[in-house]
Design a protein around this ligand. Structure first.
Ligand code: ZN
Length: 59
């Protein structure tokens, strides 16, 4: 049953070549929860490098 989750392989959108505008609140909000905390990488699929980029963006 746990394998069910793994089927959905998430890749880092930024590594995939998708240009992510860090100023785009809609996109950034996908990586940050309501409390302003960055979502765990497992959830976002972002790599560590880009995850950090997101975290450094001023709100
Ligand atoms: Zn990446």
């Amino acid at each position: 049953m746990a394998e069910f989750y793994r089927k959905k392989k998430k890749i880092c959108q930024m590594c995939a070549g998708k240009s992510v505008d860090y100023k785009d609140v809609m996109i950034i909000s996908k990586y940050i929860n309501e409390k302003g905390k960055i979502m765990p990488r497992r959830m976002t699929g972002a790599c560590a490098k880009h995850q950090r980029n997101i975290g450094q963006q001023p709100k």
